[in-house]
Write a protein that binds this ligand. Structure first.
Ligand code: UGA
Length: 434
């Protein structure tokens, strides 16, 4: 099938490449010329395991191309809208200007029977408004098909998601939209992936409520970490113990520096803003979810200050600056926040991250970036493990101890065995661990 994908950021670039991988003929459209040039050459403009291979295969096969020209969407049957919905400056609401521009830009190129498919995360009510616009201006229709991919697993999550959700209009339009989406996803559906067909509002809500639930789960365990810190309990053992209850489950119960990234923080805020607009108090608890999450960042800064005594001029080795491992994304990164706060207090912060130094340096040029782990650790007065890259999980206290000036470490992701570090002469702190 001929497919267009509008917006070639994280979501769109992965989606376009994966649709070509499924055998479709795909054109990706983006306003950013340098991004389009990279993608057209079969190169990923950001770090995502597995993406370079899928992109290169798609481009080499001739099934995948990229352009800045919206007119090249003409002739495609299904048009995915995968642009960003960032937080509006000065408010918590989602900024829909890119979604509106993408759908507006598509309108002149749509033909009878085409389907516009929203993938962006939007406030409930958006699909109904855009569906009316698309139907009034063309013979095309609109569906909402939220995306659940995780960075670091984006290709696998797109090709074999936990489920497909199609938000479709009522009546025949809905049947046609469902049939077209079934054709797009025929491969994964044949492999048994579940698929749920809903109305627009439900599909929009599935996405934001899934992210709100995940954020709540993380802040729940981080709230338990605060209690553990006040009582001498160990939150990692607590998580293991409650996680054995299948109704609770152990995944997303890792206490630590909390959540960041381009989705969870802004999505819970936009969801609250939408509930406020609807005059509902239902999501008031998400303000606490956000507050617990941000308190963990302050806690790590406080622990570093406590260990250092004198912060001014102290050398701080920051291990990991991406918002999570296997990503070079630093949007709302808890690690970057902590690094900047300590720099603001006068510390000499040296960051090492296996992938994210380049993206971090653009946002925080005031920090120093080491070329390798040893350089970051050399002469450090305190080591902060802020993003749990595999390389850091395997750190050897003896090796680290030989490089640093003072044996002090904060494990803000609770991945190190603290007794071994203490045995090696480190003052070692975790979050929610004695
Ligand atoms: C999240 C969702 O997990 C995806 O399902 C969703 O599609 C995506 O947002 C989106 O809306 O596009 P992602 O932002 O890639 O995916 O990251 P997650 O793996 O959810 O991690 C989010 C943050 O939570 C990270 O900073 C991570 O370090 C933190 N986290 C995660 C914890 O602090 N503890 C945990 O137990 C798990």
């Amino acid at each position: 099938m001929r497919i267009s994908v509008i917006g070639c950021g994280y979501l769109g670039a992965v989606h376009a490449a994966c649709m070509a991988e499924l055998g479709h003929d795909v054109v990706g459209v983006d306003v950013d010329e340098s991004k389009v040039a990279e993608l057209a050459a079969g190169r990923a403009p950001f770090f995502e395991p597995g993406l370079p291979e899928v992109l290169a295969r798609g481009v080499a096969s001739g099934r995948l191309r990229f352009t800045t020209d919206m007119a090249e969407t003409a002739g495609a049957r299904v048009h995915f809208v995968a642009v960003g919905t960032p937080q509006t400056a000065g408010s918590h609401a989602a900024d829909l200007r890119y979604v509106d521009a993408a759908v507006g830009g598509l309108l002149p190129h749509l033909s009878d029977g085409d389907l516009v498919v929203g993938k962006s995360t939007v406030p409930v009510g958006t699909a109904a408004r855009l569906g009316d616009l698309v139907r009034a201006s063309s013979g095309a229709d609109l569906a909402w098909n939220p995306e659940f991919l995780r960075e670091g697993f984006a290709v696998a999550d797109t090709l074999s998601p936990d489920r497909f959700v199609y938000g479709v209009p009522g009546g025949e339009g809905g049947e046609r939209a469902t049939a077209l989406l079934d054709e797009v996803y025929a491969g994964p559906l044949a492999a048994g992936m579940p698929r749920l067909v809903t109305d627009y509002a439900t599909a929009e809500l599935v996405k934001v409520s899934a992210n709100a639930f995940l954020a709540t789960k993380i802040s729940f365990i981080n709230a338990m970490a605060e209690i553990a810190e006040a009582t001498g309990a160990d939150v990692t053992q607590l998580a293991d113990a409650i996680g054995h209850d299948a109704r609770i489950g152990r995944r997303f119960l890792n206490a630590g520096l909390g959540f960041g990234g381009g989705c969870l923080p802004k999505d819970i805020r936009a969801f609250q803003a939408r509930a406020d607009e609807l005059g509902l108090e239902s999501l008031a608890f998400l303000a606490d979810v956000d507050a617990v999450n941000l308190r963990r960042r302050r806690r790590v800064v406080d622990l570093a200050v406590e260990l250092l005594g004198e912060v001014e001029g102290a050398r701080v080795a920051v291990l990991g600056v991406a918002f999570k491992p296997d990503s070079d994304d630093v949007r709302d990164s808890p690690a970057l926040d902590v690094a900047r706060a300590l720099h603001g207090l006068g510390a000499q912060v040296v960051v090492y991250d296996p992938q994210a130094a380049g993206t971090a340096a653009k946002l925080a040029p005031e920090l120093a970036y080491a070329a390798d782990l040893e350089e970051a650790l050399a002469g450090a007065d305190v080591v902060l493990l802020l993003t749990e890259w595999q390389q850091f999980r395997q750190l050897d206290p003896a090796v680290v101890g030989a490089l640093v000036a003072h044996r002090r470490i904060v494990d803000a992701r609770n991945v190190l065995a603290l007794p071994a570090w203490r045995h090696a002469g480190f003052e070692a702190r975790g979050l929610g661990r004695p």
